[in-house]
Design a protein around this ligand. Structure first.
Ligand code: HH2
Length: 453
């Protein structure tokens, strides 16, 4: 490759015109300049692509057409069968995209393969109807790709349905404040064990701009001793009773015990924050019966065991599969889509590097179609980036940076102990997003923001 006299390009080379292998080029007579002002544009969303195309004074009809070509979306699939994979690749190539799959598909040494599809919005629109006419379950595959893409590009307000009220997320990054009524939580243990202290903290957080208050009675830090449900209720019950009708924002109960969740909803909680991700059938029944909203969080094992085995063959794939299966089971058990939120569970059975990977890719979980919650506040993976001696209270700035990254990736709700600071940091993200996503002017281009059915 070097012999091509190329310019390094992130692992590859761009060939200079007029150069051939092994032949030295004549030195340029004039220094390379910027006659055309060549500038690589940053356009993440289709709206941004449309605005850039518009600014060439392009024909309005052309804006829509070109916007669909302006950004490649990568979609990963698991378990594509030996029979389906070659057809999928062929159909993608026929519309100008491509698909990666295992080498073993060619020589039939594997029976199934993961796949990564690479195509523009317009290419997917042409691909999906073609796949619908194909055998080997490619119709189902097309439907799932369609749903994932539509969910991923969807931005803007949506309603969450709680037990006693509905509220809005997605219009701007929102904040879930944490109040731990525990003696042993890793960062605020013992501060709010007295009900009056917990109620005052909840009121303070609401005044500071929290959009939801999450009240918990059991620490789920690594190796925490489990708390029996009756003890957990003794802690959170009086706080929830006292808060009933006192706050204008919804209340969440952070519990993995169905009996606590049920009593909490009866005492006014709107949302159940289940760190066990609705693994318990009884919990799914409580949520379905009470109509509570629910955060489905990924955790391996229990807080007592979760840090014992940190090996994942495919971290993001495993977390995604868990959340997909858990939300599918929830829907089968009568929980409505508007009740569901998902959370990759940073720090829950993950190393520091793994939590960073999940945070960096938090936007992928939007493909599931539910609002994404991210909790990084004061966690040890933040400390890991700062050096071994840092404690939970040295992590404010890193926690704010993590909140900003999560919101930028499209998290709807950021869970934090530092409400006032996080609200201020996320106002900035909101301003940035509103600017970046100003709708394009032409109606045709606007239409490209929506799935093109
Ligand atoms: N993190 C903690 C607890 N609950 N819930 C969701 N949905 N996401 C999280 O990341 C999350 C959570 C851990 O933090 P904290 O409650 O402050 O600590 P402790 O479990 O020690 O009480």
């Amino acid at each position: 490759m070097r012999g091509l006299k190329g310019v390094p390009l992130a692992g590859g080379f761009l060939m200079r015109r007029g150069c051939s292998a092994g032949v030295a080029a004549a030195p340029p007579t004039v220094p390379a300049g910027h006659r055309y002002r060549a500038r690589v544009l940053e356009a993440e969303t289709l709206a941004e692509v449309a605005r850039e195309v518009e600014r060439t004074d392009s024909d309005p009809e052309g804006v829509g057409i070109m916007t669909r070509k302006g950004r490649v979306y990568l979609v990963r699939l698991e378990g594509v069968s030996l029979k389906a994979a070659p057809i999928l690749k062929q159909e993608l190539l026929s519309v100008g995209g491509d698909a990666a799959h295992a080498r073993g598909i060619a020589d039939h040494s594997v029976s199934a393969s993961p796949a990564v599809l690479l195509a523009t919005w317009g290419q997917y629109r042409r691909l999906l109807p073609k796949l619908e006419r194909q055998p080997f379950r490619l119709r189902d595959l097309a439907d799932e790709v369609d749903r994932a893409l539509s969910a991923y590009v969807r931005r803007g307000a949506r309603t969450v349905a709680g037990a006693h009220r509905t509220w809005t997320v997605g219009d701007r990054p929102r904040v879930m404040g944490v109040v731990n009524v525990t003696p042993d939580s890793f960062s605020d243990g013992g501060h709010f064990l007295a009900p009056e202290a917990a109620v005052a903290e909840a009121e303070r957080q609401a005044a500071d701009g929290a959009d939801v208050i999450d009240v918990g009675g059991e620490s789920t830090r690594p190796n925490a001793a489990p708390v029996p449900p009756d003890e957990e209720w003794r802690r959170v019950g009086p706080v929830l009773e006292a808060l009933r009708g006192r706050l204008s924002v919804p209340i969440s109960v952070d519990t993995r015990h169905p009996e606590v969740a049920e009593k909490a909803v009866a005492a006014g909680a709107d949302l159940v924050n289940d760190v066990e991700g609705l693994r318990s059938e009884e919990m799914r029944q409580v949520v379905a019966r009470t109509g509570a909203a629910v955060v489905v969080m990924h955790m391996r094992g229990t807080p007592a065991t979760m840090q014992q085995d940190l090996h994942y063959a495919d971290l993001r794939g495993e977390v995604f599969a868990f959340l997909a299966d858990a939300t599918d089971a929830a829907r089968r058990d009568g929980i409505a889509p508007e009740q569901l939120l998902v959370d990759p569970g940073l720090g829950f059975g993950k190393s520091a590097e793994q939590s960073l990977e999940l945070l960096a890719h938090a936007g992928e979980f939007r493909s599931l179609g539910y609002p994404v919650v991210v909790g990084a506040s004061r966690k040890s993976f933040l400390g890991w980036t700062l050096g071994a001696t840092s404690g939970p209270h040295d992590r404010l700035e890193a926690g704010l940076a993590a909140a900003v990254v999560a919101a930028e990736r499209g998290a709807a709700l950021v869970r934090t102990h530092d409400v006032a600071e996080t609200v201020r940091a996320l106002r900035f993200v909101e301003a940035l997003r509103r600017f970046a996503e100003r709708p394009p002017e032409t109606a045709e281009a606007l239409a490209t923001r929506e799935p093109d059915r």
